[in-house]
Design a binder for this molecule. Structure first.
Ligand code: SF4
Length: 375
């Protein structure tokens, strides 16, 4: 989907061997980039030139790096920009303003990203892991299990591809910038904490060392890994935290979000509230509405009460109609039930917006393309 060809690694195995991706420029700190280029016999300032090409011009293609001598750029690109992602399938919806890409990684692992252009912003949903180990029973990705964590560069490459595609005017509406990023693709972002935080640092770093995005426009979601939420609280990077609750009571949440057996609803909400207290950032509460499972009006009341018990004005609720996985018993709530659920939350004074389900007509739930391929 990118104007910069997402380079094909013809020798990559399609299945099997899972391993560590090759070293990539983006995995390195600015200091390490200087060390890497000098180790290749180049002048230190080449590191800044490469950073500008990657983060400002959004390219890793040596043919586009015309301010570098030909021999240097071929060596540098071969050593520091190994191909990490191959676009295996691209699906479009909403008149081409929603683009879902299935990526094959260097070792044959598969992930997805979804780019959604709106009139006033462009949002990319990225994957942070291949598969997911959290085993939520209603989720296509959860059924795959965890294949492996993605590296920082594998996550940032999803972002670069999307940003380049927007900059090149490939998405209807004219050239534009990528403004928002959500870690809501495959995987539990906080289970791959280090790479996700390194990714965030690359995204918010000013040019030429990063994309210069606003941390406020980056959303990190979690099912509630409490120690990791606490760590994030103390990072000093004011990203938006989104907590996938899906149930306000432990009895049901133990089933819908199995990690709840480790950290309860109350522990998760306490950690989320603390995030708000320390960062001043309003927390998003995500709630997949699943027919006859968690969509009862009394559960909306219970959620509203538990949120209000901690404080006022610290959350925003995003119920989302479940994207059904084919052949599964899990399906979206009836629209009237959904409306009642939202009304109950609002009656408790909780700002509530039904999350838009863009892209749901292109192979349904996130993880489904990859699940189909694996399957
Ligand atoms: S809902 Fe999220 S955390 Fe749960 S299995 Fe799916 S991807 Fe993992």
């Amino acid at each position: 989907m990118s104007g910069t060809p997402v380079t094909l690694n013809m020798s990559a195995p399609t299945r099997g061997a899972r391993g560590k991706p090759p070293r990539h420029f983006v995995d390195l700190t600015p200091e390490q980039r200087v060390e890497a280029v000098t180790a290749l016999g180049e002048k230190p300032f080449r590191a800044k030139q490469l950073a500008t090409h990657y983060f400002t011009h959004l390219t890793s293609d040596p043919a586009e790096m015309t301010d570098l001598p030909k021999a240097s750029r071929d060596t540098l690109a071969a050593e520091l920009f190994p191909p990490l992602l191959t676009a295996a399938r691209t699906l479009q919806a909403d008149g081409g303003t929603t683009v879902k890409t299935l990526w094959h990684l260097f070792d044959g692992a598969k992930v997805e990203s979804v780019l959604m252009r709106y009139p006033n912003r462009s949002t990319l949903c990225v994957s942070s892991q291949a598969g997911c180990g959290m085993a939520c029973p209603f989720c296509a990705t959860g059924q795959l299990g965890l294949t492996r964590n993605l590296s920082t560069a594998e996550i940032v490459e999803q972002v670069r591809a999307a940003a380049r595609s927007l900059a090149d005017g490939e998405i209807p509406g004219g050239p534009t910038r990528l403004s928002n990023l959500v870690f809501m693709g495959m995987g539990e972002p906080l289970a791959n904490y280090k790479a996700v935080m390194e990714t965030v640092r690359r995204l918010v770093a000013p040019a030429p060392d990063g994309l210069g995005m606003s941390a406020r426009n980056i959303t990190v979601s979690t099912v509630g890994l409490v120690p990791a939420i606490e760590k994030l609280t103390n990072e000093g990077i004011p990203v938006t935290l989104a907590v996938s609750m899906h149930a306000p009571d432990d009895e049901l949440r133990d089933t819908l979000v199995p990690v709840n057996t480790r950290w309860s609803v109350d522990q998760t909400l306490d950690a989320a509230y603390r995030y708000f207290q320390v960062t001043g950032r309003r927390v998003s509460i995500e709630y997949a509405l699943i027919r006859d499972m968690n969509d009862h009006a009394w559960r909306a009341d219970m959620l509203g009460e538990k949120l209000n018990a901690r404080g006022k004005g610290w959350v925003h609720c995003n119920p989302i109609p479940l994207n059904p996985t084919p052949g599964s018993i899990w399906t979206a709530s009836d629209p009237a039930v959904e409306a009642e659920f939202v009304a109950r939350l609002r009656a408790h004074g909780i700002p509530t917006t039904i999350r838009d389900t863009r892209g749901s007509d292109i192979d349904g739930a996130c993880g489904q393309l990859a699940a189909d391929e694996e399957g």
